[in-house]
Design a protein around this ligand. Sequence first.
Ligand SMILES: Cc1cc2nc3c(=O)[nH]c(=O)nc-3n(C[C@H](O)[C@H](O)[C@H](O)COP(=O)(O)O)c2cc1C
Length: 323
Amino acid sequence: MSIPPLSVAPMLDRTDRHYRYFMRLISKHTLLYTEMVTCQSIVHGDRERLLGYDDVEHPVSLQLGGDDPKLLAECAKLAEDLGYDEVNMNVGCPSSRVQSGNFGACLMAQPEVVARGCEAMMAAVDIPVTVKHRIGIDDIDQYENMANFVEVVSQVGVKRFTVHARKAWLQGLSPKENRNVPPLRYNEVYRLKEDFPHLDIEINGGIKTMTETKEHLQKVDAVMIGRAAYDNPWQFVHADAMFFDDHHDLPTREEVAEKMLIYIEEQLQKGVRMMSITRHILGLYAHQPGSRKWRRALGEASSRKHADPQRVRELLLTPDLSR
Ligand SMILES: Cc1cc2nc3c(=O)[nH]c(=O)nc-3n(C[C@H](O)[C@H](O)[C@H](O)COP(=O)(O)O)c2cc1C
């Protein structure tokens, strides 16, 4: 796979298969990530629920959480066999649950562990093995610490690094605060690209628009967008032309909504709850006049208690955006 210059970040409870299906109707080429899936859950859990995806989602990367090379390799192999385009290792999540399993952001302090994990995965698969990490953690937060981390991990052959451009505090801040409180340090990500020109460096954190994406791409190879992709998905309709040189006809929001309706009807037959899908579409009209009213109406019409498929249908096919 050539390096996609734009991706949607892995986000727990957000970038599930229904969201990814929806995003793929908006951009054909943007790389999509799964939520983080832990190796332990893959080994012991319901694989179809954890790893199942639709063929239309390609290119799609599976993000793994773990630190045991054997388990990581086993899960990476499974991902490859299932057709995932990439496997990504999570070295950015600061939650206490993840720390207690010794994976996520705390591995910034253990580059050797990340290197061994990636080495094992690379020996097991042919698809790219990539790493998503932070600028630093706690008092291991100097540029040199991050550069050393990337140096050690790249020595086993990892070529693509996604850097969430802020440090994480492992104690005292919640995961949410760790996405907002530590300041963004884009310059250190740019410097990483200068110091490691042979690696693909992707920048992440606080990037909200396609225009900002274009600016970052002057300095790094790729941009990853998280919250702004969830809250305002429609802006990705311009991504294929702007970043992937594919100037196909753009779909309209109504066309995407119509396709989602077909998808919803298929999924309802399989026992999926309406809200599990519609909750990801609530941002379709973000920043448009009347979008709040539409969002509220769609939320209400698909809520578990008062689900009203006919009303959902109307809202998707003939949205009334008058305020
Ligand atoms: C609700 C939520 C869940 C997240 N879950 C994950 C995750 O599973 N794996 C991961 O590497 N990062 C996770 N992140 C962090 C994002 O991938 C991203 O690094 C962070 O939100 C900063 O990018 P943004 O400012 O564009 O949102 C999550 C973020 C949010 C908001």
